[in-house]
Ligand binder design. Structure first.
Ligand code: CTP
Ligand code: CA
Length: 225
C-alpha cells in the first residue's frame, strides 16, 4: 500500500469508542469533573473510520469537532455514558473505553443552587459509587467474540498497576499510560504500553495520539481475526 493509504481492515465492523470525561452534577451550576480532553478517544474514532469501520463515538463533555462519518452520541454523567455504551455495544465488534468515567457522584443533587450561609461552614459532599462500565461489559459481553479495550492512567508502579487492573476489569486489552508532566491530559502526544489478557505487552513510544490509536486498532483487528 502507498504511504498515507489506510488499509480498510475494519470494513464491515462496528466499533464503539467512549471519549472525554463525565461530569457529575452537584446543583444546576456545579459538577465534579476531570481533566480528560477527549483527544485520544477522538483519534481512535477517526482512525477506525479511516480503516473502514462504522463508528459510534460516545462523547462526554468534549469540546472537539465531530469526526467526519462518525455517529456521535453526547452524554454528561457516568450513568448516561453507561446507557449509551450498552445500547451501542449490543451489535459492536469492539468497544474501546477511552473516556474518564467518574468513580463517584454526589449522592444528592440540589435542584436549586447551593448558597453560602452566614457564619456557617459548608455541608460535606457525600459521594456514592458509579457503575463500572468497562467491568460490566467485560463480564457480560453484549456480543460473543467482542474485543473490549480499557485505558488507564497510572502513577508509581505503572506496569504492575496496569496488569492488576487488566485482570480486575476482565477486558482483552488495557492501554496504560503514565500520568505526569506533558503527558496525557490535553496533550497532543501520548506514550503507553498496550497490555493484553494473553500476556502480550506492546510499548508505544511517545508520539501523536493517532499513532497510539492505530496500534490499538492493530491489536483489536488481530483479535477479531
Ligand atoms: N471505567 C469505567 N467505569 C468506571 C470507571 C472506569 O468504564 N466507573 C473504565 C475507564 O473508561 C477506563 C478503565 O475503566 O477504560 C480504567 O479506568 P480507571 O479509572 O483507571 O479504573 P478504576 O477501576 O476506576 O481504578 P482507579 O481506582 O485507579 O481509578
Ligand atoms: Ca477511576
Amino acid at each position: 500500500l502507498a504511504r498515507g493509504v489506510t488499509e480498510p481492515d475494519l470494513a464491515g465492523r462496528h466499533v464503539v469508542v467512549s471519549a472525554g470525561g463525565t461530569r457529575e452534577p452537584l446543583d444546576p451550576v456545579r459538577f465534579l469533573g476531570n481533566r480528560s480532553s477527549g483527544k485520544q478517544g477522538y483519534a481512535l474514532a477517526r482512525t477506525a473510520a479511516a480503516r473502514g469501520a462504522r463508528v459510534t463515538l460516545i462523547a462526554a463533555n468534549t469540546a472537539l469537532p465531530d469526526p467526519a462519518g462518525v455517529d456521535v452520541v453526547q452524554v454528561g454523567t457516568a450513568v448516561q455514558l453507561r446507557e449509551a455504551v450498552l445500547k451501542a455495544a449490543a451489535d459492536a465488534d469492539a468497544v474501546v473505553m477511552a473516556a474518564a468515567v467518574a468513580d463517584f457522584r454526589p449522592q444528592t443533587y440540589a435542584t436549586g443552587k447551593i448558597k453560602k450561609k452566614d457564619g456557617q461552614e459548608p455541608d460535606p459532599i457525600v459521594l456514592v459509587r458509579n457503575p463500572d462500565v468497562l467491568a460490566e461489559i467485560s463480564a457480560d459481553r453484549p456480543r460473543a467474540g467482542q474485543v473490549i479495550v480499557g485505558f488507564a492512567a497510572e502513577t508509581d508502579d505503572v506496569l504492575a498497576n496496569g496488569r492488576a487492573k487488566l485482570r480486575r476489569k476482565g477486558c482483552d486489552l488495557l492501554v496504560v499510560n503514565e500520568v505526569g508532566e506533558r503527558k496525557t491530559f490535553g496533550s497532543e502526544q501520548n506514550e503507553a504500553v498496550v497490555l493484553g489478557s494473553d500476556g502480550s505487552e506492546l510499548p508505544v513510544p511517545y508520539g501523536p495520539k493517532e499513532a497510539l490509536a492505530e496500534t490499538v486498532w492493530d491489536q483489536v483487528a488481530e483479535r477479531l481475526g
